[in-house]
Design a protein around this ligand. Structure first.
Ligand SMILES: [Zn+2]
Length: 280
């Protein structure tokens, strides 16, 4: 009834795909026996075919989904507890979505701080608007309920950091394939070793020479605007979030970052496949 998924199937979600050992094509196949949709090779699922993304990414993906399940139930628990306390205090019922939005307002204020006094007033205003409370005594009471440290979902930061790592791994896996495709396996291995400890930025500074129109253009050709979202998570969000805490991260943000990680897997499998179809 809760809608929680106890058994996470990355394969069913389309996040784990087969990789053909003959032509390297990445594909999802739901019938048996499995047949490569590019070259027609037939075999027994993951016994014959490799998988995409790599095991390191798959490991993280499972962790992300497990953590998300806990974070979601924690989020529900936090909101319901606030609803209960507000009912006790004001003898009024508030919507789940109102409390959720109010917690979001608090996080927004936290992420765009002015000064203590002003921020405090902004929170009071948010309470007035969302909870329809006017009297100072009431807003102060609601403030102490909503602003409590117990209402922080402490799993949010870990999930965002894991997703950022996942996106990086999937990108680097693709990068290696790309260099191998444009040069030789030997060169790709050498470059990958050289760039091993580089950040994605370091990779990107090298990767553009392999793209006629630039990496950004080619990435956006697959999905409009993806590059900027992807770059923003890596450059801004991740760095900001590593130095911040879960108190700054809404569960909505967590969902957005997970969606971006899933989209990255899809995008990079498409990009990898475009390398193959270009040669045949
Ligand atoms: Zn094949």
């Amino acid at each position: 009834m809760s809608g929680d998924q106890n058994d996470i199937s990355l394969y069913e979600e389309g996040l784990l795909k087969h990789v053909c050992p003959r032509c390297n094509f990445i594909f999802k196949h739901s019938t048996y026996p499995v047949e490569c949709t590019n070259c027609g090779l037939v075999g027994r699922g993951f016994v014959t075919f490799g998988y995409f993304p790599n095991i390191e990414a798959v490991d993280i993906l499972y962790s992300v989904f497990e953590l998300r399940k806990h974070a979601k139930s924690k989020q529900n628990e936090i909101i319901k507890k606030i609803m209960f306390k507000l009912r006790e205090a004001f003898n009024r019922d508030y919507d789940f979505s109102k409390i959720d939005a109010l917690l979001g307002d608090f996080i927004d204020i936290m992420n765009d701080p002015k000064n203590l006094e002003e921020d405090s007033q902004r929170r009071i205003n948010a309470i007035k608007v969302r909870l329809n409370l006017e009297h100072e005594e009431q807003t102060e009471r609601a403030y102490s309920i909503v602003g409590s440290g117990d209402n922080i979902n402490r799993l949010n930061k870990s999930i965002v950091i894991l997703c950022a790592s996942l996106i990086e791994i999937v990108f680097k896996e693709y990068m290696f394939k790309l260099i191998e495709h444009r040069t030789t396996k030997f060169t790709a291995q050498k470059l990958a070793d050289m760039l091993k400890h580089h950040t994605v930025e370091g990779y990107l500074s090298q990767i553009d020479i392999f793209f006629e129109k630039g990496f950004k253009t080619e990435m956006n050709a697959f999905r409009s605007g993806f590059y900027d979202k992807w770059a923003s998570l890596r450059k801004n969000e991740r760095n900001k979030l590593i130095h911040k805490n879960s108190i700054h991260i809404s569960f909505k943000k967590v969902e957005e970052v997970i969606a971006l990680a899933k989209e990255s897997i899809d995008l990079f499998s498409n990009l990898s496949n475009s390398l193959i179809s270009n040669t045949q």
